[in-house]
Design a protein around this ligand. Structure first.
Ligand SMILES: [Zn+2]
Length: 352
């Protein structure tokens, strides 16, 4: 089954790889954004954000003034989504069953990242998780099951995307170093190596742990903000780009009910948003949301109240998540489905 899926994937990409004719499929001039940066806080509910403000005694970062209602996150087959189905909804505009990666009922579903690539944009996938994690996979692969890692990498190899940055973890991607290089990618295994490949045509980097520097136990030199800064410069080009950024460990620490570590990751996300608000031009749309909430987190009224006991669950929940949009000429009010994010991205790029 694995091989069949992998081949199907390669075939899909092969047939649709862009040609001169493909440009006629898209009415590019109707779009309002040259670039889109879609940021996903895995597991980040409203109370994660509010508790981070309380714990670190911060005033609201600028992005919070660009709030646009809420996102409902249920999947096709469950009131409580996993990251595969939620990522797929954001990436493709279609609800699928938990576990499915841009795939349902025997069919691959095209992602906004693939559509952007076909329209001549550069595409980057950036995560603090491994690149075969559910969220980056939902934008860059198709698989019946989120655990089909070999299928996922086969798809990623066929995308032609310009930049992949993820966590090294057990070095799984090292098995594919030659395969990526044969497709024209430079392969980096450290931040220094990644930076040395800044002028490469295509690049995949798997990095040692990227965690928040606000933690007191361990210090990490390289922050999410730094990776995003590298990515936006790497992808910048006259035709524009689509960049997906996932902060993965808000979810992982929330599963463990480790509130301070989770809130440190949220604060690093604030820094990333500040960096983008300082640097991007008006033709770059910034959308920040979450794939789902994790932990049914209660709201702390003071810094002293921030405690692991604020968690009421160690799993994902069906709680709606916030969405923030900058340089987007559409307004979302009330609660909309997560599939709407795909529709907005499509409209911003003028894709039909
Ligand atoms: Zn999770």
């Amino acid at each position: 089954m694995k091989k069949i899926l992998a081949l199907a994937c390669a075939a899909t990409i092969g047939v649709t790889s862009f040609t001169a004719c493909d440009f006629n499929l898209f009415k590019k001039n109707e779009g309002t954004a040259k670039n889109i940066i879609l940021l996903i806080g895995d597991g980040m509910g409203e109370n994660h954000i509010q508790n981070a403000l309380t714990y670190f005694e911060l005033t609201e970062p600028r992005f919070m003034a660009d709030r646009q209602g809420s996102i409902a996150t249920k999947s096709k087959n469950n009131a409580v989504t996993d990251s595969a189905a939620a990522g797929t909804a954001l990436a493709t505009g279609q609800k699928v069953n938990n576990g499915e990666i841009a795939y349902h009922n025997g069919k691959n579903i095209q992602t906004i990242a693939e559509l952007a690539k076909k329209a001549g944009k550069k595409v980057g996938i950036v995560t603090t998780d491994t690149l075969d994690g559910a969220t980056p996979s939902a934008f860059s692969a198709h698989a019946k099951d989120r655990d089909d890692s070999d299928d996922i990498v086969s798809c990623q190899l066929a995308t032609g995307f310009d930049l992949f940055i993820g966590e090294m973890d057990d070095g799984f991607y090292n098995n594919y170093e030659a395969a990526f290089e044969s497709k024209g990618y430079s392969f980096a295994s450290s931040p220094e190596e990644m930076v040395s490949y800044a002028s490469s045509d295509k690049l995949i980097a798997t990095l040692p742990n990227v965690r928040s520097n606000y933690r007191e136990d361990t210090k990490y030199d390289y922050q999410l903000k730094d990776i995003v800064a590298f990515a936006t410069e790497f992808l910048d080009n006259e035709n524009g780009y689509f960049l997906m950024v996932e902060s993965a460990h808000i979810d992982k620490y929330s599963h463990n009910n480790e509130i301070v570590n989770a809130l440190c990751e949220v604060r690093s996300f604030f820094d990333t948003m500040d960096y983008l608000y300082d640097t991007v031009s008006e033709d770059t749309a910034i959308i920040l949301t979450a794939d789902h909430e994790t932990g049914r987190l209660s709201l702390a009224k003071s810094k002293a109240e921030v405690d692991n006991y604020l968690y009421n669950s160690s799993g994902h929940t069906g709680v709606d998540v916030p969405i923030f949009m900058k340089n987007v000429p559409y307004t979302l009010t009330g609660t909309v489905q997560n599939t709407e994010v795909f529709e907005i991205c499509k409209k911003l790029f003028g894709l039909t």
